[in-house]
Design a protein around this ligand. Structure first.
Ligand code: ZN
Length: 77
């Protein structure tokens, strides 16, 4: 299992995260102890598809929050 770099909570942005097992496809699930949000970084898999990574980079450069990126890419958040 590869190591995942923690980017912070997709809701509140804090890095106060706790591992919460894995989803059926092996994706690391996380629990934010700050806002009690359970989530997983699904976008990591979509980021491997051509074009999406560039879109994320563009959104990041435009200072869009991670929640906005997830919403735009229509991912579970
Ligand atoms: Zn949170």
């Amino acid at each position: 299992m590869e190591h995942h770099q923690t980017l912070g909570c997709i809701r509140c942005g804090k890095a106060d995260l706790q591992k919460n097992g894995h989803s059926e496809n092996g994706t690391q699930r996380w629990h934010c102890k700050s806002c009690n949000k359970y989530f997983q970084y699904d976008y990591r898999y979509n980021a491997r598809k051509p074009g999406v990574k560039e879109k994320i980079t563009e959104l990041t450069l435009n200072s869009s929050g991670i929640r906005d990126i997830s919403r735009i890419l229509q991912l579970k958040a």
